[in-house]
Design a protein around this ligand. Structure first.
Ligand code: E4P
Length: 216
């Protein structure tokens, strides 16, 4: 499973890339707004220069015509830009037009297998089921991920599943077990994935044992 960062924070993205584990980034209007009143295009271009893989940036229009116009502009920003389009009826229409122009779409705000079935039919390159938000309302977000993966495998489709709205390391484990191609995760979750108290105490013990004898 590939790891994307769900952030627009440049330092966090650089750190993820330095560790050799982050190959893509997803953003949305909320994530961008966390960075303050920024130059949107400039920020996305900078992110695209840091990571080699897909960088998702989301349209704000709600009608297909507006989404398509925004997407065409954003697609010029960098070659690894992917356009996030919401899983609405207007979004489907925009997705199929953009796919026909070889502009990659990440169908976002996906909450059901049916939305994913239609998104793949409209030729979205990526589908993003939102796990945490489904869990929040008492549904099983990971079951939706697993169902979409099973569907894509059965029909041998090339669309990739991005497990999104990830809240904790357990979600990452479950996404990997469900066969998600990608998990897009907050920076703090990435750090938590690597933490273990026995690793920390183990490092300390090796250091202490070495110093007891060798540093004398
Ligand atoms: C994914 O692409 C979205 O940006 C993100 O995962 C949404 O997560 P949230 O539910 O924590 O806002």
């Amino acid at each position: 499973m590939r790891i994307f960062l769900d952030t627009a924070n440049i330092e966090h993205i650089r750190h993820g890339v330095r560790m050799g584990v982050v190959t893509g980034v997803t953003t949305n209007p909320t994530i961008i707004s966390r960075e303050g009143k920024v130059d949107y295009q400039g920020l996305v271009k900078e992110i695209c220069s840091i990571v080699s893989g897909p960088v998702s940036t989301e349209v704000l229009s709600q009608d297909a015509k507006g989404m398509i116009a925004e997407a065409r502009e954003m697609a010029k920003w960098a070659k690894n830009v992917v356009i996030k389009i919401p899983a609405s009826l207007e979004g489907l229409e925009a997705t199929s037009v953009l796919a026909g122009e070889n502009i990659k779409v990440n169908l976002t705000l996906c909450f059901t297998l049916n939305q994913a079935v239609l998104g793949t039919a409209a030729e979205a390159a990526f589908i993003s089921p939102f796990v945490g938000r489904l869990d929040d309302i008492g549904e099983d977000g990971m079951e939706v991920v697993a169902g979409i993966v099973e569907y894509l495998d059965y029909y041998e489709m090339s669309t990739q599943v991005i497990a999104a709205s990830i809240r904790h390391p357990q979600h990452c484990l479950m996404a990997a077990r469900a066969g998600a191609h990608i998990a897009t995760i907050p920076y703090e979750v990435l750090l938590d994935m690597m933490r273990h108290p026995l690793t920390d105490s183990g490092i300390q013990r090796f250091q202490d044992d070495w110093n007891k004898v060798m540093a004398k």
